[in-house]
Write a protein that binds this ligand. Structure first.
Ligand SMILES: Cc1cc2nc3c(=O)[nH]c(=O)nc-3n(C[C@H](O)[C@H](O)[C@H](O)COP(=O)(O)OP(=O)(O)OC[C@H]3O[C@@H](n4cnc5c(N)ncnc54)[C@H](O)[C@@H]3O)c2cc1C
Length: 505
């Protein structure tokens, strides 16, 4: 059977399927963009009244980069690019060194970014909505994301013993795969690029519109907004994050989160005080860096980004407080210092430069019995279906893979089979997501219970795992390949009530 992967610039035939997406995080935005690519008509409802540059470091593996960098077999190096337009691009991202910009040209058809009309002004996160339009399909989105992401090809990842500070392992970074780059950068900046792309595609994004109720019947699904307005479509995507309301409807009860027993202090700041201190200046004067200190039940990760101009750290530690399921509370530096007592003084030297800190409680949730509502017209996606621990570095990436998969199952099943399409999406995604979620625990435990004698003999045993089965998947191709068989199973195997058979859990 031939695959029907949508080529660059190709106009898909309209499917006639109407989709409502709730939540404009990475999961919802990708689902909406991919729905447009596959010919569905889509609108987004987001409770935030405006786009804000919120959050700090976020990771996308090459399995997400492949999606953002969609080139569909086209040579990613555009022979038309030359030095003149690249210099123009520097005006938009002035903190990026020229050498990095030339490198970017190698990983995407870069010159497309540089059409006339790019304003020569400083790049600011809070001005993201007015950045020039960026296209997903020929690598422009990926190029813009790489431009604000960490570049560790020179430096790699240095892993230190927490107390002595000695480097016990030096993990080299692979060269970027031009077709599937990785991105580690500021969530707000990366989010703004994807958000702008969705806007450029003409997707209606209704900001300041909170969904307060979800409903469905055999023929349609819909939401009620906080102003009382009712909107309906063929299906609703509940990509409304960890505190999902859609989840309550899908499960028929409120699924209370559990504490994972851990929390993360996290911070993002400029390098000004770091370069003024001779102990820490080296982290910022020679390009991007990434260092980790690993100790008993605690790890501290520190990166410098955008040629060392921005700094960020995360400190994961035990936390047994009652949790409210939120990603962000103000934290206190004194509490951070307490966790770091007895640690390499370099850690405190870094933390001292931090103007403010966020205290992020890590929530845990057993895998949900289902992501799909009874009538099959409401699907959970991203964090609403499966929150991840940061040590998997895959939370946002798996949300992106979800969106690609759902758009394809809808296209392949057609308007007459929306509920079966939605169940096929779950069937394709469920076991993979569960297995990737588990890696967050295994990496954390590997670091937090380190056997230092073993590390001495085998430094690789403490490296961050980079596994091909996670990173090399092409979610679009995979969904196309397994669709027919999975769809037939969903049509015939008695899973019509939207629940996964216990054996699959
Ligand atoms: C503000 C914010 C900051 C974050 N910062 C970081 C970070 O620094 N590092 C990191 O690794 N991860 C961060 N995350 C989480 C990370 O973005 C997600 O884990 C991941 O990208 C999966 O995305 P998602 O789209 O499933 O969920 P989310 O990114 O959580 O997006 C859910 C969206 O749904 C919207 N929403 C919720 N309820 C409703 C409703 N009833 N009606 C309409 N809209 C609704 C929310 O406002 C949000 O925009 C952050 C998430 C948010 C929302």
């Amino acid at each position: 059977m031939s695959l029907s992967i949508v080529a660059d610039g190709a106009k898909p035939s309209p499917s006639g399927i109407k989709v409502i997406v709730v939540g404009a995080g990475f999961g919802g935005l990708t689902a909406a963009i991919e729905c447009v690519r596959q010919g569905h008509s889509v609108s987004i409802y987001e409770s935030f009244p405006e786009l804000k540059s919120l959050g700090d470091i976020i990771s996308f593996g090459s399995n997400a980069g492949r999606i953002f960098n969609r080139v569909c077999g086209r040579n990613p190096i555009d022979p038309a690019w030359n030095k003149q337009p690249l210099r123009k691009y520097l005006n938009v991202f002035p903190t990026i060194p020229q050498s990095r910009v030339y490198e970017l040209a190698r990983v995407s058809s870069f010159s497309h970014l540089l059409h006339p009309g790019i304003p020569s002004r400083r790049f600011k996160c809070d001005k993201l909505t007015s950045l020039p339009p960026i296209k997903w399909s020929d690598g422009k989105v990926a190029a813009a994301m790489r431009a604000v992401s960490i570049d560790l090809r020179q430096y790699g990842f240095k892993i230190h013993k927490y107390d002595t500070g000695e480097v016990v392992a030096h993990q080299k970074n692979h060269d970027q795969d031009p077709l599937a780059p990785t991105f580690n950068g500021h969530r707000g900046e990366l989010h703004g690029i994807v958000f702008n792309h969705a806007k450029e595609l003409g997707i209606p994004i209704h900001l300041g519109r909170k969904a307060v109720r979800y409903f469905e019947n055999e023929k349609e699904a819909g939401i009620e907004l906080d102003n009382g307005e009712i909107v309906t479509a063929d299906m609703v995507v509940g990509s409304d994050g960890v505190r999902s309301i859609a989840r309550t409807l899908v499960l028929g009860y409120e699924d209370k989160p559990k504490s994972s027993g851990y929390a993360v202090y996290r911070a993002w700041f400029s390098n000004k005080d770091m370069i003024a201190d001779p102990r820490t200046a080296d982290f910022c004067n020679n390009g991007d860096t990434f260092n980790g200190w690993i100790g008993p039940d605690v790890h501290f990760l520190f990166s410098t980004i955008k040629n060392g101009s921005d700094c960020c750290w995360v400190l994961t530690h035990r936390d047994d407080h009652d949790i409210d399921e939120s990603w962000s509370f103000p934290g206190k530096l004194e509490d951070v210092y307490k966790v770091l007592e007895g640690w390499d003084p370099m850690c405190r030297a870094i933390v001292e430069k931090t103007p403010s800190v966020v205290d992020w409680k890590l929530v845990y949730r057993d895998p949900l019995p289902t992501w799909v509502s009874k009538q099959g017209r409401i699907a959970l996606l991203g964090d609403a279906a499966h929150p991840f621990l940061p040590t998997s570095a895959q939370g946002a990436t798996q949300a992106v893979e979800d969106g690609v998969t759902l758009a394809i199952t809808l296209k392949r099943a057609g308007k007459a089979n929306v509920p079966a399409a939605v169940r096929t999406y779950q069937e394709i995604r469920y076991d993979r997501v569960k297995a990737v979620q588990k890696t967050g625990e295994t990496t954390r435990d590997m670091w937090h219970k380190t056997d230092w004698d073993k590390v001495k003999k085998d430094p690789k045993s403490i490296q961050f795992p980079r596994e091909d089965w996670i990173l090399k998947l092409d979610a679009e191709r995979h969904a196309e390949e397994v669709f027919e068989e999975t769809f037939q199973k969903c049509l015939t195997s008695g899973k019509q009530n939207g629940t996964v058979a216990p054996a699959a859990l």
